[in-house]
Design a protein around this ligand. Structure first.
Ligand code: WT7
Length: 653
């Protein structure tokens, strides 16, 4: 078998105009970063960012307190200024955001309008709510332009935003509010999905029923459904914004002042507040936009993510706006009114770069195999995927039917913690192969290491996906928990005796040196590209009063990638005549503790769990049973080996 026969080469015509035109240029950049790491980054930081005060050339990277690193010491800037003000000279009338609502309503916001909206918003937060530099603001919003305004308004005044995905429950929202000690929540009454209103403000109300640090709630009235207003706490954005001035001086921020927190799941405990800081983050957001999507001045770029996830932060808001691009924002779902919706939008807006998740590609493929051929998709140049490994059939459909065999596919590998892409093809340089993230981007020292030896793994052998040098957009900390930061990311792999950043993912090299990500090595489940910790789901299920023990594993799923399979031991299974009712009750607890994204597809009520004598649950056995695979592992060391067969009988019936 020759891997090379599977390669797809970049479009020669488009390559002529590309920022990185071929593999020689790629290799030159890689070499530059290898030979003069700090010089490489200092060059781009000067070229790409507008500094109020340039960083100290002696302080490009400070590793003295590794893994707590500092980039661009002494530099002063403002991220909202990077994303808006500096474009006004050349692009004041260019569309910054093109928004389409669920029901087909449209808004186009130019850079000048964005400037005014964000300034008014910033003034509102400052003057009406007393928000100051360093304060935390939780944003719990639907996909409307005000969500982006809110993020940029925080950045403008130096407040730290923490966007919480609108699908999270009141409990999950409250936990994040408390952990971040947020004093303001920005939300909306609700929005529309599949032509029907859905609500957010009532969720905020429940979250704030218990004691929290929140003093004020700002409500954007989007769908004008009836909501409750708490006097002295809740304020209408639509009213307060009227009287705000459209100028607001950007706060002068240090390179390493925090920009935002974004909570994400780990293998243990509660979600962690991943902290990103100013200069390094915005630099890499912009550079990867330029390199990986190769967006041109007149292009229209669309990323379908939700702003509640890192993809929405870096590749709907910060990256595109930092480079002065036109970014499309969509409120609805891709399959409504039918699975042709995205392709209709591509035709209508003449989208040039389209970025989505494998789970969406699988749904669109399954529900509308021929839909793309009904529309004119000839504007497309680059197609992106992110969030989970994409399977070759979905990749090929994306390539052939959506991309017409003409577009580059960039399978971008990264995570909340990396801030931006770390392993990805360059659309007009890298020969690609289906479902392969290919090579580390220039400046990123991504390597697959053997966790035992810290050496690079040989071709074809699975190892740990690591980054061996700190890079500008890397996570700066776990909010309020420096020990957890060290333990979670720098505890597992050492190279030449020095701890390196470990992503939590497994990966393999092929003979070209290309990297294929094989998935998480820890107890994190990836459901439709959403990252969920088994520990988190188990903790939720345990809140059900009749649950004695529970173990949760991921099970391969055609559309979602993985689905959640829970093994539950009930305290009292006398009444277990109605498993369906019990299952519903457990899912109801998950819904209220976390949200719909964490619902279990399967729940097996079992007499016990396979545990070692020291009490550790053998999840590998449970994963095999969920998949219907034979158990290859030695079960004789289990506390009660007979439990395995009992579980198998229950699951297979
Ligand atoms: C996890 C990060 C990165 C934005 C969306 C998710 C998985 C991400 C890929 C890819 C295979 C991928 C990894 C990673 N992942 N991109 N191209 N191929 N797996 O962000 O919630 O922080 O999740 O998503 O497992 O660790 P996140």
């Amino acid at each position: 078998m020759s891997e090379t026969t599977e390669l797809y080469y970049p479009n020669r015509e488009l390559a002529k105009e590309a920022r990185i035109k071929n593999m020689c240029e790629y290799e030159d950049l890689v070499k530059w970063a290898e030979e003069d790491y700090e010089g490489f980054w200092a060059h781009y930081a000067k070229e790409k960012l507008d500094w109020f005060e340039l960083f100290d050339e002696e302080k490009v990277l400070d590793e003295s307190d590794f893994p707590f690193v500092k980039w661009f010491g002494g530099g002063k800037l403002n991220v909202a200024y990077q994303c808006i003000d500096r474009h006004l000279d050349k692009r004041k009338n260019k569309a910054a955001i093109i928004w389409e609502g669920d029901r087909g309503d449209k808004r186009i916001i130019t850079y000048l309008e964005l400037y005014q909206e964000v300034n008014r918003f910033a003034n509102l937060l400052k003057n009406e709510f007393g928000v100051k530099k360093g304060d935390r603001v939780v944003i719990y919003m639907p996909m409307i332009p005000e969500a982006a305004f809110a993020m940029l308004a925080c950045a403008r005044i130096g407040a730290i935003h923490s966007v919480v995905f609108g699908g999270f429950s009141a409990e999950a929202l409250r936990d994040r509010i408390i952990d971040a000690e947020a004093k303001v929540v920005i939300t909306a009454d609700g929005a529309y999905r599949k032509d029907k209103p859905y609500m957010l403000k009532p969720v905020v109300d429940v979250a704030l029923e218990e004691e929290t640090p929140v003093e004020k709630v700002l409500v954007v009235e989007r769908n004008n459904e009836e909501i409750a207003w708490v006097k002295g706490r809740d304020y209408s954005y639509n009213e307060l914004i009227q009287t705000q001035s459209a100028t607001c001086k950007p706060e002068v921020m240090e390179s390493e002042d925090p920009l935002f927190l974004l909570y994400t799941s780990g293998s243990t405990g509660k979600p962690k507040g991943v902290q990103h800081n100013q200069a390094g983050y915005i630099l890499w957001a912009q550079m990867t936009m330029e390199w990986v999507f190769d967006v041109k001045e007149n292009d229209t770029y669309w990323c379908t993510a939700d702003i509640g996830w890192i993809t929405g932060h870096t590749y709907i808001v910060y990256g595109p706006l930092a480079m002065g691009a036109t970014t499309v924002m969509f409120e609805g779902v891709p399959t409504y009114p039918d699975a042709g919706r995205p392709w209709k939008m591509v035709e209508e807006y003449r989208i040039n770069q389209f970025y989505t998740a494998p789970t969406a590609i699988r749904v669109l493929h399954k529900m509308g195999e021929e839909e793309p051929s009904k529309y004119d998709l000839s504007s497309l140049k680059v197609l992106g995927t992110v969030g989970e490994p994409i399977d070759p059939p979905a990749w090929k459909w994306y390539y052939e039917v959506v991309g017409g065999g003409r577009c580059a596919i960039v399978d971008t590998y990264w995570q909340t913690e990396t801030g931006g892409h770390i392993v990805s093809p360059l659309p007009f340089a890298t020969p690609i192969k289906p479902a392969c993230a290919t090579l580390p981007l220039p400046g990123i020292f991504g390597e697959i290491l053997d966790p035992q030896t810290g050496e690079r793994v040989p071709v074809g052998e699975k190892g740990y996906m690591c980054v061996t040098k700190p890079w500008p957009s890397m996570i700066r900390g776990v909010w309020g928990d420096p020990e957890r930061f060290k333990k979670s990311y720098f505890g597992d792999v050492k190279k030449n005796g020095k701890p390196v950043y470990f992503t939590g993912d497994g990966a393999v090299y092929d003979e070209l040196g290309y990297i294929t990500i094989t998935g998480r090595t820890d107890d994190v489940i990836n459901v439709s590209g959403h990252r969920l910790g088994t520990a988190e789901i188990e903790a939720a299920i345990k809140k059900h009063p009749n649950v004695a023990e529970v173990a949760v594993v991921g099970k391969p799923h055609e559309i979602k990638g993985e689905s959640i399979f829970a093994y539950v031991v009930l305290k009292d299974d006398e009444g277990l005549g109605d498993e369906v009712a019990e299952m519903k009750a457990i899912n109801a607890v998950i819904k209220s503790e976390i949200g719909n994204i964490a619902l279990c597809d399967d729940i097996a009520f079992v007499p016990g769990l396979p545990k070692t004598r020291s009490g550790k649950i053998m999840r590998r056995i449970l994963r095999a049973i969920a998949k219907g695979e034979p158990i290859t592992q030695d079960t004789s060391t289990l506390e009660d080996p007979s439990v395995v067969e009992k579980i198998q009988t229950i699951v297979n019936k």
